[in-house]
Design a protein around this ligand. Sequence first.
Ligand code: NAP
Ligand code: G3H
Length: 479
Amino acid sequence: MTNNIIKYQALIDGELYENGKWISIINPTTNKTIGEVPALTKVEIEKVYTAAKQSQKSWEQMPILKRITFLNSWKQLIIRDKLIIAQLMTNEIAKATKAACSEIDRTIEYIDYTLQEALRLHPQSYTGESWGIMNKLGIFEYVPKGIVLAISPFNYPVNLSVSKIFPALVTGNSVVFKPATQGSLSGLHLAKLAKEAKLPNGVFNAVSGKGSAIGDSLVENEVINVISFTGSATVGNHISQKSLKADLILELGGKDPAIVLDDADLEDTATKIIKGAFSYSGQRCTAIKRVLVQKAISSKLISILKAKVEKLSIGLPIDNCDITPVIDQPTIVNAKKLIKDALDKGAKCLIGNKFKENLMWPTIIIDVTTKMDLAWEEPFAPLLPIIIFEQVSEAIKIANDSQYGLQASIFTTNINSAMTIASLLEAGSININDQSQRGPDHFPFIGIKDSGLGVQGIRSSLLAFTRPKGIIINWKTKN
Ligand code: NAP
Ligand code: G3H
């Protein structure tokens, strides 16, 4: 540490690495540089893939219990450094310290479940009997796909990194990990701990550098077997065009609607909407990003929501405020643009629309219509539009007209309405009487349309990083 600037190194083939070129990590709360990570180049990225390739076979051939021992040692070090990592997260992504600690606790549970579930990935066997072949038995075991490129976003720098890295490693893949630049202090701290846990050289590598500078070199490499990416739809779609022969798992953006019917329990609904829309200042892919409310109860719901927003604390992440600064100024500029467009077209601000540097007060915009960008675009900020509908069919149409299809919520006391609407919504998952959310983490997590490709969730991730390999036994029958 020099002048309070913390420097982290990349991890290449088991060695911590720096090349003399650095990227600054800015604290979104203070706008001051708090750290530096190496700006790697194409040449170094080639070296990383060579290391990952060279190490993969022996890692795959190591007994799974031994792989688990290495991964458990790494986990113990993450537990040991929980407060250090949480502080890094608070400083580099302005996540409240309590929420950062919860993210690490959740991640430890994720690792435990993943390592247990990997032991349950038993081979499947098939006989030829149903095809009239009595002397054939196929045994299909799960083998690793090979080399996994894991690219994570800023908002869950520990959880959304580990949820790619650990399922890939435990199943015998080697990993090249690229954390988001804002989030790379936490990401490279994890890498430092992997070295301390003495993972075999080259099995896990961590690179840093701006996605815009090194992204294409990372993605356009023929040795990659799987790219597991979480981030924006724009970058995800770019990666899908640039990737060569890799399987793709993409977790992208969302515009999750909460549909509130006139028979909903409004107090409970409002509590869940506030949590869904404003946790971590709206910077969650699964945040509720629009409320579609039935006209008869709209005024009542809106006044309960306003009262609840007034109670949210706004300020510093170290004070564990509910609303903390968003990641950067472009996010603020985008939120202001969406608000202006909505107000210009006749919407009204119920509360908020106040800013100080990267801090944005929780904002609810009412009388939003489908003509406004706010009805469709993802702000990734504490900004919630409310759209009123009369017929349920209108709500379903507005929900489905989105480019996204991550999750949706339906609030109603009528299970028949809920199930009927759920069957018509185009989304990966639909939550009845709860906010949209990824967890519990063993549930399959799916995005359709521009929200993603493939399935995550503990067992789904283990399956995504493996393929079946069949050994088919034939024998001579005596007759
Ligand atoms: P982002 O800007 O798309 O960045 C995501 C990752 O991609 C970062 O590591 C970034 O590196 C890297 N990257 C940027 N350009 C690249 C390129 N050309 N090639 C390869 N990698 C590249 O997203 P973000 O701002 O971190 O996260 C916010 C977005 O992620 C939102 O849209 C949110 O909805 C979505 N998200 C989705 C989920 C989900 O599960 N569906 C979860 C979390 C977030 P740099 O940081 O260096 O640019
Ligand atoms: O930001 C995207 C995360 O995958 C959402 O996870 O629903 O647990 O906040 P979460």
